[in-house]
Design a protein around this ligand. Sequence first.
Ligand SMILES: [Zn+2]
Length: 113
Amino acid sequence: MNNAKEKNVGIAVKMPSQQCQNDKKCPFHGELKLHGRTFVGTVVRIRLQKNALVSFERRVLIPKYERYERRYTRIMSHNPLCLGVKENDKVKIMETRKLSKTKNFVIIEVLNK
Ligand SMILES: [Zn+2]
């Protein structure tokens, strides 16, 4: 782990161009390990404390009408500062260990650049 720039996070994503400091919860420069599910969603809201609310659509079948209803899942995820995420960005998030009361996902890639 001497070469932090080449660190393999376990999934094929671009390394952020910036380096963040003192963020243990950053999957690239910290100690965070990734495992589990990945989703692609839109950043709805960015809060202090490196939190970002990510939302994506899912479809639920309503059997009575044989139609799909659009519902939205919202996931609070960690926002590493090195990625430079802004609101309304399309991002990829991945599951990780529980980071706080409401967070167990982290943003790993910005897709609209
Ligand atoms: Zn970082």
